[in-house]
Design a binder for this molecule. Structure first.
Ligand code: M6R
Length: 613
């Protein structure tokens, strides 16, 4: 939901900012803009479309200057066009501001400012904030820092902002509440960004700004941080662990394809150090002190959105099946607004790749108020969810940049599996031999995924046959019902084909009416987990002329006789099968989207990190 970058130092700022915006483009890509400070004042460049469009527009312009702020947008208020692209300016054009988030009370502030004579050029909430800062600065005769602080006291909503002032070429001001912001500290230079990816090649020393903090960033001075309540804070410098390689495409044509193929390695990274090679004992350091709380919990409430919610459903099956702990899985966006019953003895577990999803954070805040124990499963280290929760486990999948979640999903399932088996072992709800059988199977998963990835060409050929379909139905049962939901979501979001995921047996309660010879059906029919029942569901589809793509266990013969196309996956423990069956579905969506000319990394209307509700 918008990416922001800032640089102040002695280097040319524009190349650093534009490169940073490209790295943050996963956060929004409908328009972008930069403001560069130089001896003559400021240069402002904005363009509709992707950052490459801005770059092309800027190619012939003077971009010199050693201070700059830049923004790549995912529209909330106002359509994507040049006027609504950031930066936005104060009435006298002395102040420029970039913003990630939403100012919820912008309308009332705007009306008050209009009454004071302000006029606005865009439809954005952001422009209102920069006018408010201008109003306070002029009226109260205070410094820009103080004006920003006072303005933020009046604002309701979420923000990560950078504000710069024309003619002041050695400093700018950054602040955050609810949207992420990282400050990189170099030699006589500072970098600011929505995540560390624009910073990593220049410095490893970073400060994560906390909610409600404002930073005065002057290239010739130490970083100064205060809260919006005006309390001074000592910056805590972290060392970045991110590698440059991890945020580049590494020879793949897209991040999505790279991330699909990275899954065996990502899972090895997720498991690293967590299973004792000799005893096979599981240690999840991040939840060690909370294991007893989890075991004794009345229930685990999983809150998440999108793909992470699908992982949560698999988590429900795992926890209930293995550890006999009652689980509810909730869309965070619904949970937070429906007055749910949350007790002190509940464990609320948020699952999120980014760790910044606004609805998941709000659901956790609600659970915190009710005194529940808060856990997180996140990928981005140091993001807001791990900082808000009492305990949790990282997925360690490495940066996921493609908007479609792939390796984050599989590694979330791996962490959920580790948690569920650990709790099952501690509670004594699985036998020793079952425990060892699952761990052995889990350790074999990366090799098995490698085997499936070798079927890429076969899957591409199947995609060719179905690329012009306008609807798809995905069916699965048990552990593979959430995989059906996830397969349908993946196809929808990157190829723009309408797709629905359904529990296979529910089909006859409605969706079966959709089936004719134009309707492709993707069915997950692995040997374990209601296989015979799924075969009956396949017969029902066949009888109505549906075209079938089936994901089957190696060596299957029954489904092969019924389905038009079969993709084999290795056998495994039923609860681990989503880690395998999901892979061909990711590749199928990928190829169909590519054949339809879609941008798989930056699908229309979407953004990777949804920091607005
Ligand atoms: O960062 P999160 O895991 O909290 O994000 C949740 C969803 O926005 C995300 O999974 C989304 O559904 C993906 N684009 C799906 O591929």
């Amino acid at each position: 939901m918008c990416g922001i970058v800032g640089y102040v130092g002695s280097k040319q700022a524009y190349p650093i900012v534009i490169k940073g915006l490209k790295r943050l483009e996963y956060r929004g890509y409908d328009s972008s803009g930069v403001c560069i400070g130089n001896r003559d004042g400021i240069t402002v460049l904005k363009e509709k479309g992707k950052v490459s469009d801005l770059e092309a527009y800027a190619a012939e312009k003077d971009t010199s200057g050693s201070i700059s702020i830049g923004h790549t947008r995912w529209a909330t208020h106002g359509v994507p066009n040049r006027e609504n692209a950031h930066p936005h300016f104060s009435g006298d054009r002395k102040l420029s501001l970039i913003h990630n988030g939403i100012i919820e009370n912008y309308d009332s502030i705007k009306k008050a400012l209009i009454n004071k004579g302000h006029t606005f050029k865009s439809d954005t909430d952001t422009e209102v904030l920069v006018h408010l800062i201008e109003e306070i600065k002029n009226h109260e005769q205070v410094s820009l820092f103080e004006a920003v602080r006072l303005a933020l006291n009046e604002v309701v909503g979420a923000y990560a902002i950078i504000v710069m002032e024309k003619g002041v070429n050695n400093e700018f001001i950054a602040a955050r509440k609810g949207s992420p912001l990282v400050i990189g500290i170099g030699e006589g230079e500072y970098f600011v960004a929505s995540d560390a990816s624009p910073i990593v090649e220049y410095t490893r020393d970073v400060v994560y700004l906390d909610d409600g903090e404002i930073a005065l960033i002057n290239k010739d001075a130490d970083l100064e941080i205060r809260t919006i309540a005006n309390v001074s804070k000592t910056p805590f410098i972290h060392e970045l662990e991110l590698s440059l390689e991890a945020i580049e495409k590494g020879g793949f044509s897209s991040f999505m394809l790279k991330e699909i193929f990275e899954q065996p390695k990502s899972i090895i990274d997720t498991l690293r150090g967590r299973i004792n090679p000799k005893t096979k004992e599981i240690t999840l350091g991040g939840i060690l002190d909370y294991e007893q709380k989890i075991i004794n919990a009345d229930r685990i409430i999983i809150v998440a959105c999108g793909t992470s919610w699908h992982a949560g459903l698999i988590g429900e099956y795992l926890f209930e099946d293995l550890a006999r702990i009652s689980v509810e899985v909730e869309y965070a966006s619904e949970f937070r607004y429906r007055n749910p019953i949350i007790n002190k003895n509940d464990v609320v577990l948020a699952i999120s790749q980014s760790g910044e999803t606004a609805d998941s954070l709000a659901a956790l805040e609600l659970a915190k108020e009710k005194g529940a124990t808060l856990l997180g499963i996140c990928n981005v280290v140091g993001s807001s969810i791990p900082r808000l929760t009492h305990a949790g486990s990282y997925t360690h999948a490495g940066p996921e940049i493609g908007v479609a979640s792939t390796k984050a999903f599989t590694t979330q399932i791996v962490v959920l599996t580790l948690m569920a088996i650990k709790m099952a072992q501690k509670k004594g709800t699985i036998t020793k031999s079952k425990y060892h059988e699952i761990i052995t199977e889990l350790e074999l998963i990366p090799k098995k995924i490698e085997k499936i990835l070798k079927k890429n060409d076969q899957i591409k050929k199947i995609a060719e046959k179905f690329k012009n379909a306008t609807n798809f139905l995905y069916l699965g049962r048990g552990y593979n019902f959430p995989v059906a939901l996830e397969g349908a979501l993946k196809l929808k979001e990157i190829s723009y084909i309408h797709a629905e995921g359904y529990p296979a047996a529910e089909m006859k309660h409605g969706p079966i009416a959709l089936i004719d010879d134009d309707m492709p059906i993707v069915v997950i029919a692995t040997k374990k987990g209601n296989y015979d029942k799924v075969v009956s569901n396949i017969q029902e589809v066949k009888a109505r002329g549906g075209r079938l793509i089936a994901i089957v266990t190696e060596g299957d013969t029954t489904v092969k006789e019924l389905a038009d196309y079969c993709i084999e996956v290795p056998d495994s423990f039923d609860g681990l099968s989503p880690l395998l069956t999901n892979i061909p579905l990711q590749l199928l969506s990928y190829h169909i989207a590519l054949m339809r000319g879609c941008d798989v990394d930056m699908p229309r209307n979407l953004a990777k990190s949804v920091t607005v509700e």
